[in-house]
Design a protein around this ligand. Structure first.
Ligand code: HEC
Ligand SMILES: [Cu+2]
Length: 487
């Protein structure tokens, strides 16, 4: 859409200088508005919320005030990053207009910002999508108007050089141009965008992280997340619906580099407006969304439970953050979705029954362990995050393991005897005969690819929160272990 998103240095400084002259001159030089259109001010709400459906049946002049804000906040629990944003959020605030509307876009680059920015909207018909008209230094406002000719869901993004860096720092959002005839109502509308982030430290490394340009050029993201942070749509921030209610998602990919195989585990999309355009496909499992592209998906959950939004390139979902939850409430419908039955094979019955009885006694101890005061809340949070992401799949979210298959980490006599030595197991893996709480195990634990900090954090978390013990390790000790194993 934009041929000159990377203006030569001279053009760029000219444009910034022009912008510095101020809005009055800029407005005088700008195209006149058709005075006949009624003026409407766009309501802006934070994602995953969406501005209300349009009920107007005639065109308007829609005034949009977007502020560019450079803000430092968490990209993961305990991990901070400086985001560049449209409206203070990633993705930027969603704009919703009607086919035939004139959009009067006011872009303000706050005085406290460090860099020039602009906006290129894919909904614009014309070179650069508004990039040249809106390129401004901090402390300035640009006003630019365009007519929304074609209905659809469109990405907007900053197009200031280096463009990939501005986008990688969160400078993207979406504008929905509703068709003139309007859209059907839906019980829930949500706004979700995927983006890839490149930080100097590893995934979930603690503290303030810098942008890593080389990782971006190599397209090796540290994070691939929905709505600008690991966990932006999970836990208390999960999306919500009741079974039988219709859900519409406006889903886009800001990038800058990674496309999405967008999938919601546990549902089938009734309709997918492929690439955010006019026509829909029906009964779709996974839809491909390019960077700088979008889709509208509609579905109706039928049974209660957690539906997981993922990029079905799954290491992104499970190792880089591209995971969200739609929490569906409502009555069970066993005729649609049965809970099923699990039982041990005939030969294994004795072992399983014996083992299942055991943890019951340990539950009280585990509950007591939970009450133990935390040494350092930040380190403990981090340990928990590392545990949830790397250990819980096998050792179970509550640490009680699976009898005869995965040994317990909660109230484990084996762990309690030499807690610090357990870092070796995490570093190097373990296989062979093992006895935990009198139960025999003979499995394989693969080595875990974690930083020294993360290994210390997770072992300390298991010690304090699952075994009523003390923190036992720091990163230096893990480093020494790593060196001594030649690993
Ligand atoms: C792929 C499954 C898997 C994952 C993931 C996994 N483990 Fe294990 N873990 C095992 C198995 C299997 C054993 C028993 C190995 C054996 O039989 O020698 C084990 C044993 C252990 C033990 C010693 C036994 C005990 O109960 O105290 C510790 C400690 C441990 N794991 C910690 C972790 C930590 C910490 C993580 C996450 C960083 C983790 N494991 C991730 C499968 C896993
Ligand atoms: Cu920018």
């Amino acid at each position: 859409m934009n041929k000159n998103i990377q203006p030569r240095a001279r053009d760029r400084s000219t444009a910034i200088a022009a912008a510095l002259l101020g809005t009055a001159a800029f407005l005088a030089a700008g195209a006149a508005q058709p005075v006949t259109l009624p003026s409407v001010v766009q309501e802006l709400v934070a994602p995953p919320a969406v501005p209300p459906r349009i009920t107007r049946t005639t065109p308007a002049n829609v005034v949009v005030h977007l502020t560019v804000e450079e803000v430092e906040r968490e990209i993961a629990p305990g991990t901070r990053y400086t985001f560049w944003t449209f409206g203070g959020t990633v993705p930027g605030k969603m704009i919703r207009v009607r086919e035939g509307d004139t959009v009067e876009l006011h872009l303000e680059n706050l005085a406290g910002n460090k860099l020039p920015h602009n906006i290129d909207l894919h909904a614009v018909t014309g070179p650069g999508g508004g990039a040249a008209q809106t390129l401004i230094a901090p402390g300035n406002e640009a006003v630019f108007s365009f007519k929304a000719l074609s209905p659809g869901l469109y990405v907007y993004h900053c197009a200031t050089a280096p463009v990939a860096m501005h986008v990688a720092n969160g400078m993207y959002g979406m504008i929905l141009v509703e068709p003139a005839e309007g859209m059907q109502p839906a019980d829930h509308e949500y706004y979700v965008m995927q983006g890839d982030f490149y930080t100097s430290g590893a995934y979930r490394a603690a503290g303030l992280q810098n942008f890593d340009m080389q990782k971006a050029i190599d397209e090796r993201p540290t994070y691939v997340v929905f709505n600008g942070a690991d966990g932006a749509l999970t836990g208390p921030r999960a999306l919500k619906a009741r079974a039988g209610e219709s859900v519409r998602m406006f889903f886009g990919v800001g990038g800058p580099n990674v496309t999405s195989s967008f999938h919601v585990i546990g549902t089938i999309f009734d309709r997918v407006y492929t690439e955010g355009g006019k026509h829909y496909q029906e009964n779709v499992q996974t839809t491909m969304v390019p960077t700088g592209g979008a889709t509208i998906v509609e579905f109706t959950p039928r049974v209660p439970g957690d539906l997981a939004l993922v990029d079905h390139s799954l290491t992104r979902a499970f190792n880089k953050g591209a995971l969200g939850i739609l929490d569906v409430s409502g009555p069970e419908r066993p005729e649609i979705y049965a809970k099923g039955i699990k039982r041990p094979l005939a030969g294994a019955a004795v072992v399983a029954t014996k083992a299942v009885a055991k943890p019951a006694a340990a539950v009280a101890v585990a509950a007591a362990a939970k009450a133990a005061p935390a040494a350092a809340p930040a380190a403990q949070l981090r340990g928990r995050a590392v545990y949830d992401a790397n250990c819980s799949a096998c050792h179970q979210p509550d640490g009680k393991g699976v009898p005869g298959v995965f040994p317990p980490l909660a109230n484990s006599d084996f762990f309690q005897q030499r807690p610090y030595e357990m870092a070796h197991i995490v570093l190097n893996g373990r296989s062979g005969e093992l006895v935990v709480n009198g139960e025999h195990y003979n499995g394989v634990m693969p080595p875990q690819d974690l930083s020294d900090d993360d290994i210390a954090a997770v072992i300390n978390y298991i010690s304090t929160d699952m075994n009523n013990g003390k923190p036992v390790l720091d990163a230096d000790k893990v480093r020494a272990m790593r060196a001594s194993r030649g690993k």
